[in-house]
Ligand binder design. Structure first.
Ligand code: MG
Length: 265
């Protein structure tokens, strides 16, 4: 099942998104996706509503350096010498599909990072790797937008990765966990610059250092996760700079596509 959050002429709501690509219908549900969905009977064509970020998390916990090829391209070191690390992105960085990524003047090298994201379904702590499906509501996509200049200048990653609009999230949450093979999942990012579209990231989750279960165990050893919290599972290689006027689209088969324009803040 796919859960989205939409703005309609009558307000905002969670919905179930059904139908083939290009002909989707959004059926409103009462309440939230955390309980058995109850349809209200109201529905709209997706083309007639605006998709919002599918969830507003209390926090976004992200794993950094989880793909060896990306470690090498950003840090010029092998992953054996630079293990995965955790960082937080503030919930105020979240924007939905098609909303602009706004780059402030002081961020001079801003890159996209297309990543598989997990949405947590229940409060949890100390989850064993093999039990990860018990606590995950579903999959979505995040663009872990990162100001590479600030990341290295600051040491701490909070500012580089936490600027408003630096966490595009969506387009919806796929809750059929068994429909996605997280050990062999293509992850692509297509950048359109001056009218020319190039596929910059073209990798696969089979390059992850920590798998989904290990990530959940690692994170919940430290953090209590709450319903709606979002986990970023790491970016593969191919990240590159974006500038105002560009358009960035992250694509993960079975989950969807997340596209955002880039503007000057
Ligand atoms: Mg990242």
């Amino acid at each position: 099942m796919r859960f989205g959050r939409i703005a309609t002429p009558e307000g905002m709501c969670f919905c179930v998104v059904e139908g083939a690509e290009g002909a989707e219908v959004c059926r409103e549900i009462a309440g939230t996706p955390f309980t058995e969905p109850e349809l209200t009977g109201r529905e709209w064509k997706l083309a007639d509503v605006r998709l919002l970020a599918p969830m507003l998390p209390s926090k976004i916990v992200a794993i950094g350096r989880n793909y060896a090829d990306h470690v090498k391209e950003v840090f010029q070191k092998s992953a054996e010498h630079l293990p995965p690390t955790l960082f937080l992105k503030p919930p105020t960085a979240v924007v939905g599909p098609a909303a602009a990524i706004k780059i402030p003047e002081f961020a001079t090298k801003v890159e996209f990072e297309g990543e598989l994201a997990l949405v947590i379904g229940q409060a949890c702590k100390n989850v064993k790797a093999e039990n990860w499906k018990d606590v995950v509501l579903g999959f979505t996509i995040i663009n872990d937008v990162s100001s590479r200049d600030l990341q290295f200048a600051d040491g701490q990653w909070a500012r580089a990765k936490g600027i408003d609009t630096f966490a595009p999230l969506g387009p919806w949450i796929e809750t059929d966990l068994d429909s996605i093979d997280t050990t062999n999942l293509p992850i692509k990012a297509h950048l359109t610059h001056e009218g020319v579209t190039e596929t910059k990231q073209d990798s696969n989750s089979n390059q992850m250092i920590m798998n989904i279960g290990e990530i959940i165990e690692f994170i919940t050893a430290s953090f209590t996760l709450l319903p709606g919290d979002v986990i970023c599972t790491g970016s593969p290689a191919g990240t590159a700079a974006m500038v105002p006027g560009d358009f960035i689209e992250v694509e993960i088969p079975g989950v969807g596509k997340l596209g955002n324009p880039v503007e000057r803040a």
